[in-house]
Ligand binder design. Structure first.
Ligand code: PBG
Length: 322
């Protein structure tokens, strides 16, 4: 036998030498859930180890994460029902707790890379990512609201806006509004290929943001399709996106690979709530080793071509490595 592949696996030192993919805290954006008020740290039932923080305790959490080497955070707000309406007006109210917290985070820790979410669902009484009329989700009218919330978030000091709504034309629309207002350095990480997935369930629990009727299939992508991801990616590149994101990650590794082979912008993947909770739930039952399942799935996402991973495992990974 001339070829014995096992020779390159014979010891940990040799395996370290030939390893093609390495994970580091540099790779991660840590999603955080924000609630109004103070002194609140409430665990999300369907996401063990993940909390909804009020601003004061979120600042502590960020400080802890920074010490562990995590430098990028994506903050999502949970709004009470009484602040929601059909036009998501609270999303651009300059005094709303989300925008105030974003500003405080950026002022307290100017070195962090702060990302925010652009979509109507947390503030929309219909629970959809766009304006609802006669049971339909209106595209072009929604762009105006997305642009308003983008400007408000940019003004609060956010580094990267994350339009997660899947309306057509929103990246270009937002880019133009940002540029006109002088926010030329505010980046856009487009949710380029965001699929209508059942893996978002725990996130919608965390934010009480499930759609009040129907589903999101007229705007989020059909899990059966990959060619459509190329159409979306072409549009995003031409409309001025700085990053292309695939979401979810684990059931869509082929899409991550497709985009990373076809585009030169950095590719991000969102390892979503359901993907986190599946591992947590089976680890709690003793059915799998949670820590190594975490590492293996994060590795698979990076190996398939994602440069950036948004993951609820970011802190756990950092603690494991520290
Ligand atoms: C909202 C949004 C969702 C997620 C991120 N932004 C939910 C949805 O589209 O219903 C899901 C994230 C996760 O599951 O971790 N537009």
């Amino acid at each position: 036998m001339l070829q014995r592949p096992r020779r390159n696996r014979k010891s940990a030192a040799v395996r370290d030498l030939v390893r093609e993919t390495n994970l580091s805290t540099d790779d991660f954006i840590f999603p955080l859930f924000l609630v109004s008020g103070s002194k609140k740290k409430i665990e999300v039932d369907s996401m063990p180890g993940i909390f909804r923080f009020s601003e004061d305790l979120m600042l502590k959490e960020i400080e802890e994460c920074l010490k562990l080497g995590i430098k990028a955070f994506d903050v999502f707000p949970a709004y009470p029902e009484e602040l929601k309406d059909s036009l998501a007006t609270e999303s651009y109210n300059p005094n709303t707790f989300y925008l105030k917290a974003l500003k405080t985070i950026k002022q307290t820790f100017p070195e962090v890379c702060l990302m925010s979410d652009v979509a109507m669902d947390p503030y929309n009484s219909d629970g959809h990512d766009g304006i609802v009329k006669d049971g339909k989700i209106l595209n072009d009218e929604t762009l105006e609201i997305l642009a308003r919330m983008s400007l408000a978030q940019a003004d609060a000091g956010v580094d990267i806006l994350g339009p997660s709504d899947m309306m057509d034309g929103r990246v270009g629309f937002i880019r133009e509004e940002l540029d006109n207002a002088g926010f030329i350095d505010t980046s856009i990480m487009s949710y380029t290929a965001k699929y209508a997935s059942s893996f978002y369930g725990p996130f919608r629990d965390a934010l009480d943001s499930a759609p009040k009727f129907g589903d999101k299939k007229t705007y989020q992508m059909d899990p059966s399709n990959s060619r459509e991801a190329l159409i979306e990616a072409d549009l995003d590149v031409n409309e001025g996106a700085d990053y292309l994101m695939v979401k979810p990650a684990l059931a869509y590794l082929d899409i991550i690979q497709l985009l990373s082979q076809n585009y030169d912008l950095p590719i991000a993947a969102y390892n979503v709530s359901g993907e986190y909770s599946m591992i947590k739930a089976s680890a709690e039952r003793g059915w799998i080793d949670g820590g190594s399942a975490m590492l293996e799935s994060l590795l698979s996402i990076k190996r398939s071509g994602a440069r950036i991973i948004l993951t609820y495992f970011a802190k756990e990974f950092a603690l494991m490595k520290s």
